[in-house]
Design a protein around this ligand. Sequence first.
Ligand code: ZN
Length: 371
Amino acid sequence: MSSRHVIKKVWARFFEYLLQFDQPISWVIFLVVTIDLAYLLKSPESVENYLDEYLQNNPKQCEEVENIILHHNELSVMPGNIHRFTNIRILDISNNGLTILPDIFQYCQLSNLILKNNRLRNDTLPKEFTECSSLKELNLSGNDIKYFPDQILNFPNLKFLYLGGNNMENISNSIWRLKHLQVLSLGGNNISDVPLSVGQLKNLQALVLCDNNIELLPANIANLHNLRSLLLHKNKLKTLPPEIIALRNLSELSLRENPLIVRFVSDIQHQPASLLELSGRALKLYNIEVQPGDIPTTLLGYLNSAHRCVNSNCKGVFFDNRIEHVKFVDFCGKYRIPLLQYLCSSKCATIPADDVIRPHRTYLMKKVLLG
Ligand SMILES: [Zn+2]
């Protein structure tokens, strides 16, 4: 058995915090065993034979194997004996020719599963994955996935999800279930809509949506208070929601190759307001109280859906009929970006100079890429 591909790493970690408590200095020794067969262009049979040999020669040690690295081989299927390494944490089978994926989580509680640049499709992924609470990173970039695979919502503690470079057309409405996501990478797909549920991923630090067909971002993106990086280049965005200004931790925003600054005002059409809209506006403007029972509940709901006009000199509201107004906002002293606002009427489009949305005083955009 050659030891060339079996790397034993002895990691010694010094627990400094013990010093704080005036404890004797302690050392903890971790033994991490890695089987590394990367860049060998091996066939499925030869990888399986290698692992069989390893299992025979190291019947006890196979339980210590934590990492199996198989990237850049010629695996069209996962080696059948991989599930015998029940304690693996990291499995990297990227850059192979995998066409089918078994439910590996039946056998081992992985923390990182890296499957980028293979040939996996929606119908060759398991219909369901066994729930795995230890999985932190899943990388399925560069495969042939056409729609968001909902079965990955079975990994409740996922922090890093990479699905870029597929042909995906949607983002699951249930993505809010991945509450711990820190990185969501969806660049290079065919996504046109960003669901509201993305705005519920409160731990998100990086959102990669570049190279898609997105025309509009939901305003609740502004709820992502931990967001540091928002990559939107190569989309069809004409404006950004003004709420984006609330993202105080955002330090990188890429916007190049969007029709942001060209052709937006000319497309705007305005229809006359309906009688329902006009009467609703009047009730709100003159503060006329309406009690339950006075009018049908559907109308009460309608009245509650009123939006305030953003012109501070106007006390008006609007319902479905509104004027889209594009406001250029100075983001970092160097660039002005177009933010979309809604007004109750075209008369409100001349907003007084002191009513300009200003970024928070401490807000510093480090990098805005427009061109
Ligand atoms: Zn107004």
